[in-house]
Design a protein around this ligand. Structure first.
Ligand SMILES: NC(=O)c1ccc[n+]([C@@H]2O[C@H](COP(=O)([O-])OP(=O)(O)OC[C@H]3O[C@@H](n4cnc5c(N)ncnc54)[C@H](OP(=O)(O)O)[C@@H]3O)[C@@H](O)[C@H]2O)c1
Length: 231
């Protein structure tokens, strides 16, 4: 797809991958609306983004406010990239229900709610011939399980399954759903874990490489980017 003049929402645009994706989309001619979780995080949003907004994916009201604003702003929306996410570490045998629920909320239920609320806006984009898309970054953990990260694996796998179902449900409306499965990437995500301590990882990919592959997949109308596609 041609990204020029397309309006794209990047959720988690103050994160490492989100910021890189937002920059690359803008370099391709897109108008980018970037979100942070709160006012403190908003200070890390690129000041040159076309619009800077807030959404906390653990907060129903915050999700509803953002979706209502975007739907009513009258300027349309042609794509959503969800680059927000939270990791936590620990085996299935000891992870508490509340820790597991937090990751399920941030990594699956919150983004699913936001995307669902924005589907009418994406449908209008399709009617206008703008080839709208939804892009997730569920990672290699949604392809296979890894030890010591049960809640993260479960939340990302749930979101990958939901994106696969969404793809079938919105295909006729002309909305493309892309899911991407990068492996470990040197963004420092593991150092910002909500709980637990990260195992030792082998050196990961550079954020620049992962951003380039994801934005290429958006432009090339792909629907899946497997972990092996990042080699
Ligand atoms: N790095 C990897 O190895 C890797 C591999 C595969 C997939 N991924 C996925 O790629 C995505 C980006 O990760 P990253 O590596 O770039 O990490 P990152 O720099 O820590 O970015 C995470 C982003 O998620 C946001 N976020 C966290 N909790 C949130 C909430 N409750 N509501 C809204 N936003 C929230 C953060 O905002 P605040 O900083 O303001 O909290 C930040 O913008 C994540 O979904 C991650 O799971 C990463």
């Amino acid at each position: 797809m041609d990204l020029r003049e397309r309006r794209v929402l990047v959720v988690g645009a103050n994160g490492v991958l989100g910021a890189g994706i937002a920059r690359a989309l803008r370099a391709s001619g897109a108008q980018v609306i970037g979100t942070a979780r709160d006012a403190e995080g908003a200070a890390r949003l690129d000041a040159t983004l076309d619009e800077r907004l807030l959404v906390d994916l653990t907060d129903d009201g915050s999700i509803s406010t953002l979706a209502t604003y975007l739907a009513s702003a009258g300027r349309g929306l042609d794509g959503i990239v969800n680059a927000a996410g939270l990791v936590g570490f620990g085996p299935a045998t000891t992870t508490s229900a509340s820790d597991a629920a937090l990751l399920m909320r941030v990594n699956h239920l919150g983004p699913a709610d936001l995307i669902t609320r924005l589907l009418p806006t994406l449908t209008a984009s399709a009617t206008a011939g703008h080839q709208p898309f939804v892009c997730g970054i569920t990672g290699i953990v949604a392809e296979r399980a890894f030890p010591g990260m049960a809640a993260y694996v479960a939340s990302k796998s749930a979101h990958a399954a939901w994106l696969a179902a969404l793809r079938l449900d919105v295909r006729r409306a002309g909305i493309r759903v892309l899911n991407t499965h990068p492996g470990h990437t040197e963004t420092g995500l593991a150092t910002r874990a909500a709980f637990g301590t990260a195992p030792r990882f082998a050196a990961g990919m550079t954020p620049e490489h992962v951003v380039t592959r994801i934005v290429a997949a958006i432009r090339e109308d792909a629907t899946e980017l497997a972990s092996t596609d990042f080699a």
